[in-house]
Structures are given as structure tokens and as C-alpha cells.
Design a protein around this ligand. Structure first.
Ligand SMILES: [Zn+2]
Length: 53
């Protein structure tokens, strides 16, 4: 996994996603992403999984 391939996202915390500066691997899609130390989903998946109603 290269840094270039890590997804970065500035959206606010939602579900399993939280912004931060740690490298993580998404448990949903398996992509590498930059986020909170304890986040276990990328922002893309978190926002898809829990659509706002
Ligand atoms: Zn994901």
C-alpha cells in the first residue's frame, strides 16, 4: 500500500469513520485510508452504510 493510494477524507465523524492522521484499512471495502486511530471504515463506506434520513 502506497501513500498515494490511501484515501483521504475531511468529512466529519460518522458511524465507524472518523477523520484523523492514522493509516488504516477499511473493514468494508478493504481500501487503505487516512483516518482516526480507532476508525475501522473509510468515509465512503460509512456514509453509504448509514444514509441520513
Ligand atoms: Zn471503505
Amino acid at each position: 500500500m502506497k501513500w498515494d493510494e490511501m484515501k483521504e477524507d475531511k468529512r466529519p465523524k460518522k458511524g465507524a469513520w472518523a477523520p484523523g492522521y492514522y493509516t488504516n484499512k477499511c473493514q468494508e471495502c478493504g481500501d487503505g485510508f487516512i483516518g482516526d486511530k480507532r476508525a475501522h471504515s473509510c468515509a465512503d463506506c460509512a456514509y453509504i452504510e448509514q444514509p441520513s434520513k
